[in-house]
Design a protein around this ligand. Structure first.
Ligand code: SAM
Length: 286
């Protein structure tokens, strides 16, 4: 059995009887922001680690898995995305991926907590390398209110890159919010949200998302699982909802000829991820 002492950071999921630990070199930053307790550590093998309220958010080493799936799956699902909103995502990794799409004209990043972005600029500069792109508009306000106030039909893609459904993020997993997103999206609109662990949360959080997204008016909902070592179970997901068309008619050729580098996402991987494991299908579509 391995020795866990104060040179390790552990995120303990007590209710699920599991934990994930990283060997720490030192603590780089600690701050009680207006909204959450923010910590940054230097780890032995995962680069820097950002933690919010005790939950792992990002490491330098493996954030590409999450940020690429949350960005490229919805952007290649929409026929011609030009205006994109990222709700949450204050570490700016999703913003960087979205801006790789040349056809995108405007990206609004709305995170409630400016301290997350300031910490990311300092400890994850690679994630913030596109923050000065003229197409990027960064705001630090409540994303729920921003979506409610957005002009109808004004957005092509909405990406909910939020914390777990606790604290200020609870309302980002709610039917009212999905209805406001539906209204803010154009006819071909695509909504995606991070949707927790397929193993722990398919029968609870993800199933409820399906119910709420469908009653908000979306015609098709699909969950895309992907590996994510630092999140509970090491297996995470994003759930995509569309207003028209069919999820499997994504822009496969454009994804093949994307013209930018990805480390995880490919057109084939996108295709493969459309096939949900049978246990999920049974719970979500059965
Ligand atoms: N990858 C992460 C995960 O799945 O754990 C999420 C990372 S991102 C840092 C999450 C962000 O959501 C945080 O910066 C937090 O401030 C933001 N957030 C939470 N509730 C919000 C709200 N109502 N409006 C806007 N941003 C919100």
């Amino acid at each position: 059995m391995s020795q866990i002492d104060n040179t390790w950071f552990s995120e303990v999921m007590a209710a699920d009887g599991s934990a994930f630990s990283l060997k720490i070199k030192r603590k780089l930053h600690e701050e009680q922001t207006q909204y959450q307790f923010l910590e940054v550590y230097e780890t032995e093998t995962f680069g820097n680690l950002m933690v919010l309220d005790g939950s792992n958010m990002v490491t330098s080493r493996e954030n590409f898995l999450y940020h690429e799936m949350l960005s490229h799956v919805p952007l290649f699902t929409h026929p011609n995305p030009k205006r994109v909103a990222i709700i949450g995502g204050g570490d700016c990794g999703t913003l960087r991926e979205v801006l790789k799409h040349k056809g995108v004209e405007e990206v609004f990043q709305i995170d409630i907590d400016e301290a997350v972005t300031r910490a990311s600029e300092k400890y994850f500069p690679e994630l913030c390398e596109s923050n000065n792109d003229p197409r990027a508009k960064l705001m630090w306000i409540d994303g729920i209110k921003w979506i409610q106030d957005a002009p109808k039909g004004s957005l092509d893609v909405i990406i909910v890159d939020s914390t777990d459904p606790v604290g200020p993020a609870v309302g980002l997993f709610a039917e009212d919010f999905y209805k406001a997103c539906f209204d803010a999206l154009g006819d071909d609109g695509v909504l995606v949200g991070q949707s927790e662990s397929p193993l722990f949360h398919t029968a609870s959080i993800i199933k409820q998302m399906y119910v709420d997204l469908r009653s908000a008016g979306f015609i098709e909902v699909n969950t895309f699982p992907f590996p994510q070592p630092i999140y509970p179970t090491g297996w995470w997901s994003c759930t995509v909802a569309i207003k028209s068309g069919a999820m499997q008619n994504f822009r496969e050729q454009d994804a093949r000829n994307a013209g930018f580098e990805t480390l995880y996402y490919t057109a084939d991987l996108h295709k493969g991820a459309l096939v949900m494991p049978p246990f999920m299908q049974k719970i979500l579509k059965g």
